[in-house]
Design a protein around this ligand. Structure first.
Ligand code: GLN
Length: 280
């Protein structure tokens, strides 16, 4: 069977499992061949399909995420190593990077709360050569992945990964203050109906935040003013139905709040600044 035929058959068999069946099949074929997806499409379509491909497709058909099978996910055009200990970076989260670069043109010190793979922090550091960053996470396994990603991207000298849990008193002692704080905290409701590829494979600690998905915002946001330099900003990812609830938590903590939409025009981030109060 040719590569083209194998991809077509795989896309068909994955269509019950995945909304992106054809893309999944192409990415997994690239992984099996050890080349880029572009190379698969431009150079290898009439070659013989490689032996291991069917096994990769069987894993995806059992709902394992593509990023866990390949061990990588692209985010902000950069390659990130991903493991079951880290949330897989979502395209929607690029909204946070975009907003951060816009509202804080030249940050010197950047903090990423719940850094996971390091995707948010390392994307900003990649764009801002004058910035130093701290990524914190409560998971030592995730921090090791973030540290490896920092080094692989040539950002190891400007990124420090620190084990810390914002639900524990004293977690931020010694971190200092920041010009820019990023966060994609857990925000999924405890009883949310998630796709099995998320529910069964991604770390619960990075997803769930109590009955309303607001527990981590309630703990983290009131602590942010102490961590920001005067005039500093925080850019926080939210679930698309949470703008009002999280906006209120932020307003109570003394922040002015601006909403940012993702590519699908859904609420995706709040920009918190200390200029004036209220939601706009
Ligand atoms: N966006 C993720 C999802 O819907 C959730 C990420 C998070 O809780 N921070 O699966």
């Amino acid at each position: 069977m040719s590569v083209a035929q194998a991809i077509r058959a795989a896309a068909e068999s994955l269509s019950a499992t995945s909304d992106t069946a054809r893309l999944d099949a192409e990415v997994l074929m690239a992984h099996a061949l050890g080349c880029s997806r572009t190379d698969v499409l431009l150079r290898h379509m009439s070659d013989g399909a490689p032996d291991g491909f069917d096994r990769l497709i069987a894993r995806r058909a059992a709902h394992e995420p593509v990023a866990h099978i390949t061990g990588h996910q692209e985010f902000w055009g950069l390659p990130f190593r991903v493991t079951p200990a880290t949330l897989i970076p979502r395209g929607d989260s690029e909204t946070i990077v975009e907003a951060a670069l816009e509202v804080c043109a030249a940050p010197k010190r950047v903090l990423d709360c719940g850094t996971g793979t390091g995707a948010l922090l390392l994307s900003v550091l990649h764009e801002r050569a004058g910035a130093q960053g701290v990524g914190i996470d409560a998971s030592p396994e995730a921090l090791a992945v973030a540290q490896g990603n920092a080094e692989a991207l040539g950002l190891g000298a400007r990124a420090r990964m620190v084990l810390a849990d914002w639900t524990q008193a004293g977690w931020a002692d010694g971190l200092g203050r920041f010009d820019l704080i990023l966060a994609n905290p857990p925000y999924v409701e405890a009883d949310a109906a998630l796709d099995p590829s998320v529910r069964d494979y991604e770390p619960a600690g990075a997803l769930f935040a109590g009955a309303e998905g607001l527990d981590d915002y309630r703990v983290l946001i009131p602590q942010l003013p102490e961590l920001l330099h005067p005039g500093g900003v925080a850019v926080i990812e939210i679930g698309y139905k949470q703008a009002e609830a999280v906006g209120q938590i932020a307003a109570q903590a003394g922040f002015a709040v601006k909403l940012r939409l993702d590519l699908a025009n859904r609420p995706r981030a709040l920009v918190l600044s200390q200029e004036s109060r209220g939601i706009s």
